[in-house]
Design a protein around this ligand. Sequence first.
Ligand SMILES: [Zn+2]
Length: 139
Amino acid sequence: MSMDQTPCVIWQGALAANGYPVAGKTYMHRASLALKLRRSVRHGFDACHTCDVRSCVNPDHLYEGTRSQNMADCTARGRHNKPAGEAHWGAKVSADDVREMRRLSNLGWTRKALGEKYDINPATVSRIVRNIWRTEVSA
Ligand SMILES: [Zn+2]
């Protein structure tokens, strides 16, 4: 019987900008795997999902894998073909918000202030205002 037969347990708390479940600074899928392993996930290893649902914290869907394994799995499952922009899992802000955020940033708003206004973390604001993320939105 496949381990994948239990349903995903979707984390109801916050998600990091990369889509993984977080509580404070702790990645909850890693914490869930560590509980199953009864030790921490080894340095240089990732908590990988067999179900390919980043926000899933079901320990049955998690295994300790190397980063390259994780990348290989991603590629194999086509995670790199996710839609961009608002359809993307990471999109919490609309295209209009992105434009407004870039405008306000040019006016001198700090990333922290923008993060509070739009309820996203300052690192995400930073990526948006530096045009590293949400690049599909033009001015
Ligand atoms: Zn799952």
